[in-house]
Design a protein around this ligand. Structure first.
Ligand SMILES: *Cc1c(COP(=O)(O)O)cnc(C)c1O
Length: 433
């Protein structure tokens, strides 16, 4: 570790929990858009079109089971937040600012409703085809019938989580009829555990961090052939589910008459924990917008696992504890000490940059968004706002935003937070301003 510190003053700042902004010199600006992209898709084993087709097949089932997903498509609004824009970077944000409201995704109220639910649906489809004679042409609402429920009840799903992935996997698995166990780290909020138990999921609590919860879940699942483990640190299915966001975002921008090209660049700010959700979304965005899209990950100063893995080049071979950081943060969804092996590898060659944020800044952002736009998002999701100041002030490494630019802050969670907790967060934000 000492050698690393000596080599890189940035790692010293990271180790001291200072806020940093890092631009990735290894990022290929090459558009991941044309033919070369297919090769990359293949390399990563990800097929966005096939994933979207699968989600469409499941739409009748989702619509039947969840009243908040009327058309059966789990998607969120892309909302321009001009009043919030005026409050950021001294009102000097160049271009238009949008909020991608995954905080309000149907079914589980966080970005995990993309990848997490997708992985469980893919598993259910496979089982239903092998054992229940389901075909692609069927109306998938039949999966709610006792015949299929009986089949699903022989299978188990397990996951390790800081909270929101557990919610998403727990809710969809219990609804399908799988026996589901969620291994929760110490950071997970009590209401998330309560809600899961109420839905019929088994919740196992750990005094340790996220990595330990995942490891225990993986171990228990490995001993049971009927158990599918949703591996947040390595799953390509999760990644694939998240990546569909790129295709959907393209359509949403088209619908608003917005074209992304070299004169209208796209800057996206994504809160990062283990990296799966922001990584999959960034992958999808690069696929559809290529060299005109610039993605940045936001992490807490006390859990900067992705930027540490990328700056040091050690990827998942280094954890924040290795440089003396405690991993403790108010941003419970981002409280991860070691990045995903899969995602750190993929992001190394394409992510534009990363920045870290002090916990104390999260609540003021939360209150400002509530006051200016009447939108509530959870503290973890607020980390993304901090990126605007760096990107708008940056002079090198990527083209600076101008009046034609489009900025998207990816709001990753919040809608399921209980009212009294929302109120407490908001109050804290008002005090911190
Ligand atoms: C899970 C989560 C993230 C980050 O996703 P990872 O896949 O862990 O990187 C960001 N924000 C919220 C609210 C989350 O729950």
């Amino acid at each position: 570790m000492n050698n690393l510190l000596k080599k890189d003053p940035l790692i010293e700042d990271i180790a001291n929990c200072k806020e940093i902004f890092w631009v990735n010199a290894r990022a290929q600006v090459s558009g991941v858009k044309d033919d070369s992209n297919d090769a990359q898709d293949h390399a990563a084993g990800v097929d966005i079109d096939a994933a979207e087709a699968r989600l469409l097949r499941f739409a009748p089932f989702i619509a039947k089971m969840f009243s908040d997903a009327k058309d059966g498509i789990i998607e969120s609004e892309l909302k321009e937040i001009s009043r919030m824009k005026e409050l950021l970077v001294g009102g000097e944000v160049k271009g238009r600012l949008f909020l991608k409201c995954d905080s309000h995704l149907p079914v589980s109220g966080s970005i995990k409703a993309r990848g997490g639910i997708y992985e469980v649906l893919k598993l259910a489809e496979k089982i239903a085809m092998e054992e229940g004679g389901l075909t692609y042409d069927d109306d998938y609402s039949v999966l709610a019938e006792p015949k299929f429920k009986d089949i699903f009840s022989k299978y188990k799903v397990a996951v390790g989580s800081t909270g929101n992935l557990g919610l998403s996997i727990g809710i969809i698995s219990a609804t399908i009829g799988f026996e589901v166990t969620v291994h929760m780290s110490a950071d997970a909020r009590q209401w998330k555990k309560d809600m899961l138990r109420a839905k019929g999921a088994k919740v196992v609590e750990y005094p340790d961090d996220y990595e330990a919860a995942v490891a225990q879940g993986r171990k228990e699942a490995a001993e049971d052939p009927a158990c599918h483990f949703v591996d947040d640190e390595n799953s390509l299915d999760l990644f694939e589910g998240y990546s569909v966001a790129g295709k959907r975002l393209k359509k949403q921008l088209d619908d608003q008459g917005i074209t992304i090209d070299k004169d209208h660049r796209l800057y996206v700010y994504l809160p990062c924990g283990v990296g799966g959700a922001p990584g999959g979304v960034a992958w999808g965005i690069k696929k559809y917008f290529g060299e005109n899209a610039y993605c940045f990950f936001a992490e807490p100063t006390h859990a900067p696992c992705m930027v540490l893995g990328l700056v040091s080049g050690l990827k998942n071979k280094i954890a924040v504890g290795d440089i003396g950081i405690d991993g403790k943060t108010e941003a419970d969804g981002l409280a991860v000490g070691r990045p995903s092996a899969l995602v750190s590898e993929i992001m190394d060659g394409m992510l534009t940059g990363c920045f870290t944020v002090d916990d104390e800044k999260l609540y003021p952002y939360l209150a400002e968004l509530k006051d200016s736009e009447d939108i509530f998002i959870e503290p973890s999701a607020c980390a993304a706002f901090e990126g605007l100041k760096y990107v708008c002030g940056s002079l090198e490494g990527f083209p600076a935003p101008n009046e034609n630019s489009i900025h998207i802050v990816w709001a990753t969670g919040g809608n399921m937070v209980p009212e009294d907790e929302k109120e407490a967060y908001y109050k804290r934000g008002c005090e911190g301003r």
